[in-house]
Structures are given as C-alpha cells and as structure tokens.
Design a protein around this ligand. Sequence first.
Ligand code: ADP
Length: 458
Amino acid sequence: MRPLRTKLIIAFVSVILLTGVALSGLATFAVRRSFWGFLERYREVRVVAWVDALEGWYLRERSWVGLQRWLELLSRKGGVRRGGTLAGEDRVLVADDRKVVVADSDGELVGRPLSSGLEAAARPINVAGRTVGYVVVTPAPGSPLAILESTFTASVRRVIILGGLLSSAAGILLGVYLANDITRPIVAVQRGAERLAGGDLSHRVQVNTGDEIEELAEAFNSMAESLQRDEAVRRNLTADIAHELRTPLTVLRGNLEALQDGVTPLSPEVIGLLYDEVLRMSRLVSDLSELSLAEARQLRLERRLTDLDPLVEAVTQAFRAEALNGGVELVIASAPGLPPVSIDQDRIAQVVANLVRNALQHTGAGGRVEVATVASDSGLEVTVRDTGQGISPDDLPRVFDRFYRADKSRARVGGGGTGLGLAVAKGLVEAHGGRIWVESQPGQGSTFGFWIPFPNAI
Ligand code: ADP
C-alpha cells in the first residue's frame, strides 16, 4: 500500500511541474512571437530605407550604371545608415524595369532575370511616377541579426530549463510540506484508533485544523467517549449483578449449612425462606434478561389493538386483597370509551402491576392509591398516584436506574424488590414508543405515569 503522504507529494509535484511546463511553453511562444514581430517590422524599415536610397540614386544618375560598385562599397562600409543598418546584414538585389538584375550585393546574379521567388519579394522603385526598377532585400546568412536571433532563442531556452529546475525543486519542497501538513492530523486520528483498539478508551485526538479532519477527530472523540461510557456501564452492571446475587446466595448458604449441621431444624418456615430467596434470584435473572433485551431494542412485542382501560382495571383489581391487608384504599378511575392502543398486553400488564405494587408497598395504612387511564397528546396515559412516603429530590432522577433503591434499609433481604422493576418498566414502555415519568414530594406521595401513543402516531 502506498501511503497517503507519498501520493500527495506525487500529486503536488506533478501539478506544479505540469503547470510550470505549460507556463514556460506559453511564455516561450509569446516571447518568440513578439521577437519575430519585432524582426519583421525592423526588416520592413530597412526595405523602405533601401527603396528610398535607390530612388535617390536613380534621381541623381538617371540609370543603374555604376550601381553594382556603389552597392559593394556600401556593403563594405556598413550599408544604408537610415534604419540602423549593420554592415553585411542584408543581401540586396536591384533589377531594372524589365526585371533583369543590374546589381547584387553578393555579385552573383547580375545580368540574370529575377526568379519568380525573388519577384514575389521585390519592391518597385518609382521615380516621377514611373517604375524604374525593383529591389529585393533579404537577410544575409550569418548576419549579426541572424546571430542575434539564435542567441536570443538559446538564452530563452536556458532560462526555461533553469526555471523548470528551480520550480521542480520548489515543487518538491512545497509538496513535502503540504503533504505533511495534510497527513499529520489524519495520522493522529489513525494512532488514536489504534490506541482505542488496544483498549485505551481514555485516549482523545487533538486536531485543530478547522476543516473536515477536525470534524472527523471530533466524531472519533465522541465515539471514544460513548465507548468509555458503555464500558463503565458494563463494568458497573457486572459488579451490580454480582452484588445482587451475593445476598440471596449468602442467605441460602447460611441456612443450608445450619440445616446440615443440625443447628436449625427443617421446618416449613425455613423451607419457605429458602424458597423465597430462590424465587428472588430467578426474578432477578428474568428481569435482567428482559432489561438487556429492552435496552438493546431486541424485545419482541406481540402487539395487538387493545382497550387499555379494562386491562389496567383487571391488573389493579388483582392487588385489591393486598391493599385491603395493608389498610390502603385502592381506587380505579375508569374512563370508558377510550380509543384502543397497539400493545403487548402481557408487557403493559407487567408495567401496571409494577407501578401498583410499588405504590402499595410505599403507602402506609390509611393511605390511598389511585389508578387512572386518560387520553392525552395523541395517546393514552396511565397514572398511579399514591399518598405514601414519597421520594426525595436526590433519589427522584435515579429511580429508573437499574438496581437503584431509594430506601436503602428495604434492601435485598426478605421482601425487598430487585431494584430492577422500574428500569424494566421504562424499557418496556419505551419499546412501545412511549415514555414513563415520576413526580413526587417526600411525605406527600408519588405519581408514576406512562404514556403509549395511538397506533397512527407511532
Ligand atoms: P424495587 O424492586 O426495589 O421496588 P423498583 O425499580 O421498582 O425497585 O423501584 C426503585 C426504587 O424506587 C424503590 O426501591 C423505591 O425506593 C423507589 N420507589 C418506587 N416506587 C415508589 C413509590 N410509589 N413511592 C416511593 N418510592 C418508590
């Protein structure tokens, strides 16, 4: 696998080199074009200068006789001065009005007719409105101007090569710097993921780039945080379960040892006590498995359209004897004609039973427990109101936590609950898309309520 850093360096250097090559190509083209444009104009000036000079000659001499000698003389001296002519720079051919060469700075073509190629480049020489001859001016090979042109081209090429080398070096340096700058935070996140995978859930990544990588690092950190939280919850849960099982196991063990040693005689009371502890443990185990399914959202609900009010009433009625024994008035505020809700009847019955049982357990003789079902906010609301001991504001936010018991003295031994009842109730209600809550004033009683949405509101 090629690392990202190398890929970025290659990408940066290639882009810089390609841009450099394209720019220098364009620059060369533009410089050459303007240089050649300049040469064209320069030559034109010189041709005009030659035409002027030759017209002057003809005006004076009235013929082309002696022109060849004058031309040779001029070539040696440095040509026509107007236009900045350099010696030997031009090859000049002059033809008479019949296009027969009468003078040639190279002395080669005198007496011959102009070839068609030269004729095309010939300029007329006019004196008094009459064409008396033609002149052809071409750059002499090896002339200073031709040398200047090749020197110029060579120096442009040199500059381009040097510029290319310098820009490549700068490109590589810049590429390495930028690639490092971009990959550093990514490497930090990668290292963070490795540490997390290695079990260090407290590790957080520090990235302040202000871009998507910083967002990635933040997402990574919040993932690490929730993993750490889940891990803490898991540890606590394991510790809680061990703790909860220890009490009934200790009771069982102590009593069984006493029976074995003959310290306690086997009596129906002892058997009843042992049986209670076994029941407690099995309730704990089934509550735990229900809770873990609900929390993992894997609870399978057998939903059926149900009239909630009769179901609440039936469940509550089952506690009538218990209420009577405890001297508590149990009231059912029935509201017939409510629309049905889609629920798992057994599960919701379990929730109602849990709330009513808790209310009765925490309400002393002479108190009152009222169970009501009403329509509310596109759903049905069941409330269990008691006039019992209430819950302190410190405990109130935690009563739905698993294993939380507000009344520590009523802890695990004997009739005390598992501390899971409300946590399970919460899981069951939420699995139905509903919510559960509590309001309480210490000394004045508590109201537990839950809400289930109507089927079309789910
Ligand atoms: P438990 O099995 O101990 O009843 P729950 O989860 O059902 O566990 O309840 C958690 C705690 O909330 C109880 O231990 C109790 O302290 C408190 N609680 C529940 N219902 C009431 C109530 N109606 N009045 C006062 N306290 C209550």
